[in-house]
Design a protein around this ligand. Sequence first.
Ligand code: HEC
Length: 155
Amino acid sequence: MPHSLISRVLLIGAVALHSALALAQTSAPTTDKRLPINVSQAEKNQMLYEMREFLHGFHAINIALARGDMQSLAITAKPMGALLERLPSSLKEHLPEEFLQLAIAMNEALQVLARDAVEKGDTRLTHENLAEVITYCSGCHDTYRFNVVASRARK
Ligand code: HEC
């Protein structure tokens, strides 16, 4: 085999091995590059409560979708989005603009999910719309973390 061909085969092998390792890698990165949002302990508790409710809602939406029950899907999805309305304004004032935009965009995606489900009754489309909602969950989680500080120290 000519030398250049051997090195190309080795290179392709190395790339394939690298991808396989990346897929098999289970350990998370050891550094946290998410942006901290300073909140009090009570505010963090409230936010995390809302988040756990999202997970319950997500479960209920999946059950409804599996059963083709678009009405109950919409009944769950519609009120989920109003996260910002459920938070006290003292907290909202401290949330970064991009965080608020993500929450607003997620709300819009949830309204589209609810509306299309009832109006179109298309399971595949609804599933796709649901996946769209989840991109906002991940988008925000990939970007931010809540950092507890004493209320007075909060900027
Ligand atoms: C606008 C931002 C934002 C959106 C949108 C968002 N989250 Fe979160 N979520 C957060 C942050 C920030 C945390 C806390 C992360 C940390 O401090 O480590 C969190 C934490 C959580 C937790 C952990 C709760 C606990 O008790 O520890 C769950 C579960 C969760 N989110 C579910 C969801 C789901 C499901 C969605 C989408 C339907 C969603 N979140 C959308 C910002 C968001």
